[in-house]
Design a protein around this ligand. Structure first.
Ligand SMILES: [Zn+2]
Length: 285
């Protein structure tokens, strides 16, 4: 029996919507940019189809409005659709009213398109807070997947998880709401980001696999995240952005596709599940 479970999650945003380029390309200019997310998401879908796995797509409402066919296609292929908010503003950068509006709007757009309830949310830049969780619950979300324990990134939000019960890699509060954190590697007291994104492109694939195995030996599960633009080395270059932002965004894009494919192949002894499937597994254990 495959005891370890891996969740592959995609934050569905385009090259011009990322935090690293926010100072160069504000929300008001998004419509003028070359949209590539449909093309790059289809490249990801092809890999998942070839490997026979299901993933969870945290989709920006702005993108869903512009690519309704893509959203339905992802849904019809059996992947899970969840929300990445509407406009990719950090939870810490907006007031309560704006945040609630953003959370509601993205949920209702995705529900209208799929005809199914949207349960999950991932905060832009992992900027989740305890307050945001309260809004999520009120609006009808049943899980969040944004907590990132790596403390050196100032965008990451903070959550008080002491009131939650830990169940394998997840946390559940007394009202039944789930938090599915991004997986990181802890060596003693040191936390190394190991959930995917730029770190997946940075680390050598054998080393990365070793770290994931170590995480799974403790938690019997692993939460991975990536973005469509990571599989698109031909995307337009944002030359005005700072060097460190450019490095983080463009490093090893050309190798991403093969690396992702071989990452999935190397864990054939695990089951790949969506976030909701993982929660059902925990609830029925
Ligand atoms: Zn994002």
């Amino acid at each position: 029996m495959k005891t370890n479970k891996i969740m592959i999650t995609i934050d569905l945003e385009d090259w011009f919507q990322v935090e690293n380029f926010k100072n160069c390309i504000p929300f008001s200019q998004w419509s003028d940019m070359e949209q590539r997310f449909e093309y790059s998401t289809r490249k990801l879908l092809k890999i998942f189809d070839e490997k026979g796995i299901k993933a969870t797509f945290f989709i920006l409402g702005w993108n869903a409005e512009r690519a309704p066919r893509l959203v339905r296609e992802i849904h019809n292929l059996g992947h899970e659709i969840a929300s990445h908010g509407y406009s990719h503003k950090l939870c810490s950068d907006v007031n309560a009213e704006e945040l609630r509006e953003d959370l509601k709007k993205s949920k209702s757009i995705l529900e209208d398109l799929t005809g199914s309830q949207i349960c999950g949310y991932r905060a832009p830049g992992f900027s989740i807070t305890d307050k945001t969780i309260l809004h999520l619950k009120e609006i009808g979300y049943t899980y969040d997947s944004s907590y990132n324990s790596f403390g050196l990134n100032h965008r990451h939000g903070k959550m008080n998880l002491t009131q939650y019960n830990k169940k394998l890699l997840a946390y559940q509060d007394s009202e039944g709401f789930w938090e599915l954190p991004i997986s990181n590697l802890d060596i003693g007291k040191i936390i190394i980001p190991w959930g995917g994104g730029g770190y997946f492109r940075l680390f050598n694939k054998t080393l990365f696999r070793f770290g994931v195995e170590r995480i799974m030996s403790k938690e019997r599960g692993y939460m991975f995240y990536a973005h469509p633009w990571e599989i698109d080395p031909k995307q337009p270059q944002v030359k005005e952005a700072g060097l460190s932002f450019r490095f983080r965004h463009y490093f090893n894009l050309k190798k991403f596709k093969d690396k992702l494919s071989s990452f999935i192949d190397s864990f054939q002894n695990c089951s790949f599940v969506t976030c909701s499937q993982y929660i059902s597994f925990l609830e029925n254990r």
